[in-house]
Design a protein. Structure first.
Length: 213
């Protein structure tokens, strides 16, 4: 069995259809990656600003290389800034480094784009930003897997979609779901435990709606 590592995840390679469904394009630099391997030595390829620094320094491609690039993409969406711009002040030229330093200084809401900022959704924005920061860890081992990233984002989307999650009477229930998912997606979590937590969360999300019909 193999899976694909794209190697050039960036905003210009994400296409949207008429329903705003995202599609990844340009697989010219991609590599097939055997599931029984943890890394692959290759000639470094990618785009400045999105390139995994660990891959750049060691030429060791891993499944976490695309995760770093996706973290840059999330930072772009939150800030409205390009991954690299030499027109910005020196400390802001590389968005990934600037984003991480801003998060460490607790200045997230100073850098979030005005069209993205919404006080009512501040907690959700913060959760997405924390996820982006995790994706941007210099060491690949400290980044989440792409499956964990997808589950986290889907969980946040579900919390927004179902108004019951914001109801005070359901606050404990909501915290239980978030905690369950967070525990499953922690360091060393297996694919089966993550899938089980996600299925559990989906069932809990649907049951209050069914009960109200």
């Amino acid at each position: 069995n193999t899976h694909i590592i794209h190697r050039d995840i960036k905003s210009t390679n994400i296409l949207l259809d008429d329903k705003y469904t995202a599609k990844v394009s340009d697989f010219g630099a991609s590599r097939l990656f055997p599931t029984d391997q943890t890394q692959l030595t290759t000639l470094v390829q990618g785009t400045l600003g999105y390139l995994d620094p660990e891959y750049f320094q060691t030429s060791q491609l891993t499944e976490k290389s695309d995760v770093y690039s996706f973290g840059v993409l999330l930072a772009e969406l939150l800030t409205g800034k390009m991954a690299v711009s030499f027109e910005r002040p020196e400390k802001e030229r590389n968005l990934a480094a600037f984003f991480v330093s801003s998060m460490k200084e607790d200045r997230l809401f100073d850098i979030v784009h005005e069209h993205v900022m919404n006080e009512e959704k501040a907690e959700q924005l913060k959760e997405v930003a924390i996820l982006a920061k995790r994706c941007l860890e210099v060491k690949g081992d400290e980044r989440p897997t792409m499956k964990e990233v997808a589950i986290k984002l889907e969980g946040l989307r579900m919390m927004e979609k179902h108004s019951w999650a914001n109801d005070n009477s359901n606050s404990k229930h909501t915290q239980y779901l978030i905690g369950d998912l967070s525990d499953a997606c922690g360091d060393g979590a297996s694919s089966s435990s993550i899938s089980t937590a996600y299925d559990s969360m989906t069932n809990h999300a649907i049951s209050p709606l069914d009960g109200g019909r």
